[in-house]
Design a protein around this ligand. Structure first.
Ligand SMILES: [Cu+2]
Length: 353
């Protein structure tokens, strides 16, 4: 049934854990539309024949309503919509909530290519390497215009927006190479903004992480989009180390400390996942969204007890640098406790948005 419907609709393989559910929803909506259309057109045809003037040339009798039938129809249509909504809401929540133990990949889109950076320091462009049967979370942003990350075989599609981070996740359940497309028209090179996802067995993926430019990348069969991975020679440290370098270069460490000491600004130790009280008394959980906003628009939320002297870094930090600083702050909460927070809430890897 699944295979027949997939063939009829000409759908790509179902290579992620959620692909089937999304296809079932697709079949269900198409099925209901077919049934609904058949009923309506059948009724039109039936009434046309049954009440044609050649059959009943007399005057049409006065028609009165039937409250039972009408109420029945209204209640069942309403029930159908509520039912679809409940199933859809359940699936939507699943689609939007990455599991806890994800492999995290920072994705940067630009005209006209995809770049991927791993928390452990590996980076590649054009080709995204992922392990089979492990959830992968993508933290995505754009350097220029709006793009959209689309892997048809995974049924994953998410807009990638400049100045903002968006999330997507998937768990690949089939080995192989699957095309990545940009699904948002982004300029004259849009149709050439291609990439591939390469799903490797877990031990091969570990091997790839140890040596990104090694035999595994070199021996890739010709991928569907014909894209070859390219590698950034410069980056040989973890993202958190990269973040420490950026923080030193950009002068963040003149005001912020990494070890719990309070300078002109709150320390970053233990910040990740903690609840920060603002000047106006509101409390914010320090996740990626808050940290990014603190860098781009520091005056939007001023931490209680500090003077808002921090300059905005909008346009001064590239998206990968922001990602690296966030990784640095994340790594600090695992090592040390924040002085002002005796009981920082437990940090779940990948759990905070
Ligand atoms: Cu694009």
């Amino acid at each position: 049934m699944n295979d027949l419907a997939r063939w009829l609709l000409n759908l790509p393989p179902q290579a992620s854990s959620l692909a089937r559910r999304i296809d079932y929803l697709h079949y269900f909506v198409i099925g209901i539309s077919i049934v609904g259309a058949t009923v309506v057109f059948g009724a039109i045809l039936g009434f046309t024949i049954r009440y044609h003037t050649s059959r009943r040339p007399s005057v049409t009798p006065r028609v009165t309503g039937n409250i039972r039938i009408e109420a029945g129809v209204i209640v069942s249509i309403l029930g159908l919509f509520i039912g679809i909504w409940i199933v859809g809401f359940h699936d939507y929540i699943q689609l939007e909530t990455p599991p806890k133990d994800c492999v995290e990949v920072y994705v940067t889109a630009k005209q006209w290519m995809w770049k991927f950076a791993y928390a452990t320091g590996q980076a590649s462009a054009g080709v995204l390497f992922v392990p089979e049967d492990r959830p992968v979370k993508l933290i995505m942003t754009s350097r220029d215009v709006i793009h959209s990350f689309f892997v048809p075989a995974f049924r994953v599609k998410q807009d990638v927006v400049p100045g903002r981070y968006t999330l997507a996740w998937f768990k690949a359940v089939e080995l192989g190479t699957f095309p990545i497309r940009c699904a948002e028209y982004c300029g004259v090179g849009h149709s050439r903004m291609l990439g591939d996802v390469v799903v490797l067995p877990p031990q091969k993926f570990e091997e790839w992480l140890r040596n990104p430019e090694g035999p595994i990348a070199a021996e890739l069969p010709t991928p569907p989009n014909g894209v070859r991975p390219t590698f950034d020679q410069a980056q040989r440290s973890t993202l958190a180390q990269e973040g420490e370098r950026v923080a030193a270069d950009k002068g963040c460490l003149r005001c912020h400390s990494l070890d719990g000491t309070k300078f002109l600004a709150p320390t970053w130790a233990g910040l990740w996942g903690s609840e920060v009280t603002m000047q106006d008394g509101s409390v914010v959980r320090a996740g990626a969204a808050y940290l990014t906003q603190s860098m781009m628009d520091p005056k939007a939320k001023v931490v209680k007890g500090f003077t808002p002297i921090m300059p905005s870094y909008r346009g001064q930090l590239t998206p990968p640098e922001v990602g690296a600083i966030i990784e640095l702050i994340k790594s600090l909460s695992l090592r040390s406790k924040r002085v002002a927070h005796p009981n920082p809430p437990p940090v779940q890897p990948g759990g905070l948005e």
